[in-house]
Design a protein around this ligand. Structure first.
Ligand code: ZN
Length: 235
């Protein structure tokens, strides 16, 4: 998998659980035990009583999970940001605490990896108008790199991004091929042949007819496999 830019970064996905993906030189870095980038279980508030699903208290995942915000707005993150825009006092307080923790996590990550950080998931989709709050707090913590705007940014593809590159810059759309393309159309024809033959074979009256439908079905399968392999070798 190739990536345009940046070559070294961390992607935060803020959904039901925070997930982090660590990329070094354009490749996913997994670590010795496939646990690299487990920022979710780094303790960022040792005094917190908020328990993480791992059993610890104060984990980044437990504290910066979007559920923390949603739970204050009837389970809706959009509503939370609407209320924040309306400057509701309690919501502002929650946002203040949340961004304190998030800024700390991002600052620590920046110090450790000196990388670009992309905020993805549901939070990445909503944080845009309020991201300056976060920038201000990160910049306050940072000694070496005071302009967090240059290395922290929300994902461009807002909802249900299916590929990492798509999340980052909207390119490399999900799926191997575009919906309307020759490989997809040929693949659909192959699938159609398989379906027709599957229906026709049991109701065919003669052995010879069943034999023909069997060849049609096999032809459809071969057509799909060949199309996929040719397209894969060309792409
Ligand atoms: Zn944890």
């Amino acid at each position: 998998m190739a990536y345009n830019r940046p070559r070294q970064y961390d992607l935060f996905e803020f959904e039901q659980h925070n997930r982090q993906f660590l990329f070094l030189d354009g490749k996913l870095y997994t670590g010795d035990n496939i646990r690299a980038g487990e920022l979710g279980h780094v303790i960022i508030d040792p005094h917190s009583r908020r328990r993480c699903y791992c059993g610890q208290c104060g984990c980044f995942d437990a504290i910066c999970n979007v559920a923390v915000l949603e739970s204050c707005a009837g389970g809706s993150l959009s509503r939370f940001f609407e209320q924040l825009a309306a400057e509701e006092k309690d919501i502002k307080k929650v946002w203040n605490t949340y961004t304190n923790h998030l800024a700390l996590a991002i600052h620590n990550l920046k110090m450790m990896l000196d990388c670009t950080i992309i905020i993805g998931g549901y939070l990445g989709a909503e944080i845009g108008p309020f991201i300056d709050d976060l920038y201000r707090k990160i910049d306050k913590l940072s000694v070496f790199t005071p302009y967090s705007k240059a290395y922290v940014y929300p994902c461009k593809y807002k909802r249900e991004a299916k590929t990492i590159q798509h999340t980052i810059d909207g390119s490399c759309a999900p799926g191997l091929f575009p919906l309307v393309s020759i490989p997809t159309i040929v693949g659909c024809v192959g699938a159609l042949l398989i379906i027709i033959a599957a229906i026709a074979t049991p109701i065919a009256k003669t052995q010879r007819a069943r034999e023909i439908w069997f060849y049609v079905m096999s032809g459809g399968a071969v057509l799909k496999i060949v199309t996929m392999e040719i397209a894969r070798s060309i792409l």
